[in-house]
Write a protein that binds this ligand. Structure first.
Ligand code: COA
Length: 162
């Protein structure tokens, strides 16, 4: 049977319009898109996993075939545990390609039933990243063109209080 589920993993600290673009386009192809938030306690994040999940839930509330989940440890273990076989990732630049190429090859080596598929980021989002948005917010800059409207207030508030 052909797969009808894909997993879109990432840190989403926070989710951006670039991520949302990939999620929406994946929704048009797959019956179910599982957005999997990496819970990595070693990495300092601006938002907790619970906050990142809540922001994704808000941002995806009009997309009925999206499910938000979290995972820790290896992505291939999560894929095995949930029975999913397809990983979706976005590509913004040649730099992304280098990293993604290595990850895709390693994931396939660790679990040969995992297939990685890539979507070119829509041109308007190629220069966005979560870190750059956090940096702009921390200096009081306008980030409204880069993140979903529904989560804008909580991002601004987080950085106002720092
Ligand atoms: N539009 C805009 N920005 C995008 C984007 C898009 N389409 N796609 C990615 N980004 C940005 C993110 O905002 C993020 O920016 P930042 O670095 O400034 O925070 C950056 O690109 C990468 O983020 P993301 O796509 O969330 O990936 P990640 O590097 O945080 O996470 C995992 C990658 C989770 C898939 C990978 O680390 C993983 O699988 N980890 C689990 C452990 C494991 O299995 N390791 C072995 C891997 S071979």
């Amino acid at each position: 049977m052909k797969p009808n589920v894909c997993v879109y993993p990432g840190s989403f600290d926070p989710v951006t319009l670039g991520h949302l673009d990939i999620i929406k386009r994946a929704c048009a192809i797959f019956a179910e898109v599982r957005v999997a938030v990496l819970n990595n306690p070693d990495k300092t994040k601006a938002f907790s996993v619970e906050e990142r999940i809540a922001m994704l839930e808000k941002a995806c509330q009009n997309l009925p075939n999206v499910r938000i989940d979290s995972f820790s440890g290896l992505l291939v273990s999560y894929m095995r545990k949930t029975g999913a076989g397809i990983v979706i990732r976005g590509l913004r630049s040649a730099g992304d390609f280098e990293t993604e190429f290595q990850m895709a090859q390693m994931n396939s080596r660790l679990n040969e039933s995992v297939e990685s598929l890539f979507m070119m980021t829509s041109p308007g989002y190629a220069y966005i990243s979560s870190s750059i948005i956090k940096q702009i917010a921390s200096f009081g800059g306008d980030i409204s063109a880069f993140v979903p409207d529904c989560i804008l207030p909580e991002i601004i508030e987080r950085f106002q209080n720092r």
